[in-house]
Design a binder for this molecule. Structure first.
Ligand code: IMP
Length: 423
């Protein structure tokens, strides 16, 4: 299950629903930059690393090798869950190949963003994600979980790396040096707590699949934030689209039967980069308020706009999705007329495909197709046929643009508000 837009598609609601019918739930990429809100009893909890399947008994949650693991955030979440009666123990497994996010990653994230000019800023979440994946790619500065849980190895690598980082940060940003020993003291305690969760997760998943278990892969961020296929450079640093599932989990592509894409009935984006259907007027504001479009991780207001059929269809093609779920239909209930973007124009010429060049995307004007709104509250609809005709027409138009069946639509955030299409 993968987001088809720029993240925040409401994947948490779909995962929450699906978890009940799966044995294993896998996070395969991203880190504490992701966020989903779960309700435990009377309280709402923001989770960033622990998969939301943790709330379901009998679901084994796996943090795969493709994840950038921030131990501080992980244990904050485990403790917050524990305080609300959700035990985290044998129901969580963490890859020994995952990379560890350390304080110098977060520092580098904020220093490098601050040093960029306004138009070049990526608008990162400040969670150290880019620097951690850079260290993964450049190898010698990386600390993987298997290093982290061996005290001597962790300490030796950490001291060497912090020394190199200090030299770089001082030269580039005039930053004060970090104290490797202080980091070691704090993080060796996390390492000790982490060790019992650690295993070879590809091996665990291969065995689970061989035993006929049902495995759900939970995407973080969205396809348009994918480092290779998204709107580079305004992307995250991992393969957050469907192409990241195998690399980030160690499960071969042919073992995956269904690719389910999740998109909102409109578009949101947080951070920098072009967004052709963005609405900076009152309509955008209405969508933001009705959809509560504020980031779970940073609290930033999300940019809101019409459904972008051009961008979303591109994501569908990239991931080979065979089914789509649309979230947040209720948010659009106010409008007399809705627009859907069916293509882009640059200098009066229609683009044949989604552009790779950010400058072209910046110039792209959406070709909007008006559709009639339904002007009625849909949040109480309890099944697909109860949806107003105009809402069904709206979904049908999205479906024709994406070329894959919409199998479910959410008319509100509750589990019961996810309506499956009668087959
Ligand atoms: P980073 O992943 O923190 O480096 O941020 C890179 C870009 O991805 C920024 O535009 C962020 O706003 C965006 N981003 C990262 N994670 C999420 C997410 O979970 N939802 C939406 N946007 C995200």
């Amino acid at each position: 299950m993968v987001g088809l837009q720029w993240g925040d598609e409401g994947k948490g609601q779909v995962v929450d629903y699906l978890s009940a019918s799966f044995d294993v739930l896998v996070r395969y990429g991203g880190g504490a930059n992701a966020g989903h809100t779960v309700t435990v009893g009377d309280t709402r909890l923001g989770l960033h690393l622990v998969p939301s399947g943790i709330l379901h008994e009998n679901v084994l949650c796996v943090i795969g090798n493709g994840v950038a693991l921030d131990p501080e955030v992980l244990f904050e979440e485990i403790d917050a869950l524990g305080a609300r009666g959700v035990a985290v123990g044998d129901n969580l497994r963490i890859s020994d190949r995952a990379h560890v996010v350390l304080p110098y990653h977060k520092l580098e994230d904020s220093l490098s963003e601050a040093a960029l000019g306004q138009s070049a800023k990526i608008g990162t979440t400040g969670r150290g994600i880019g620097p951690c994946y850079s260290d993964k790619a450049s190898r010698s500065n990386a600390i993987r979980v298997h290093h982290f849980i061996k005290p001597e190895v962790f300490r030796r690598r950490l001291i060497e790396i912090v020394e190199r980082k200090n030299r770089i940060f001082a030269a580039l940003y005039g930053a004060d040096p970090l104290d490797a020993e202080a980091i070691y003291r704090k993080f060796s305690a996390y390492a000790e707590r982490l060790a019992p969760f650690v295993c070879d997760t590809p091996d665990l998943l291969h065995r689970a699949i061989a035993a006929g278990k049902h495995v759900l892969f939970e995407g973080a961020q969205g396809s348009l934030l994918d480092v290779d296929h998204g709107t580079f450079p305004f992307v995250t640093s991992s393969n957050s689209g469907a192409c990241g599932v195998s690399a980030g989990s160690g499960v071969p592509a042919q073992a995956i039967r269904t690719f389910l894409g999740v998109a909102k009935a409109y578009t949101t984006r947080v951070g920098g980069g072009a967004m052709p259907t963005e609405l900076t007027d009152g309509i955008g504001q209405t969508i933001r308020e009705r959809g509560r479009e504020y980031g779970t991780t940073t609290g930033r207001p999300r940019r809101c706009g019409w459904f972008d059929g051009m961008a979303t269809a591109y994501s569908v093609r990239l991931g080979g999705f065979n089914a789509v779920s649309i979230v947040g239909l209720n948010v659009l209930s106010e409008f007399e007329t809705l627009n859907i973007c069916v293509g882009y124009e640059v200098n009066g010429r229609k683009l044949e495909h989604f552009p790779s060049d950010p400058e072209v995307l910046e110039q792209a004007r959406p070709i909007l197709e008006p559709l009639r709104g339904w002007k009625q509250d849909v949040s109480g609809c309890s099944c697909w046929p109860e949806l107003p005709t105009a809402a069904q027409e709206y979904l049908a138009r999205i479906e024709s643009l994406l070329g894959v069946p919409i199998i479910a639509v959410a008319v509100g955030p509750q589990r019961s508000q996810l309506l499956f299409r009668p087959s």
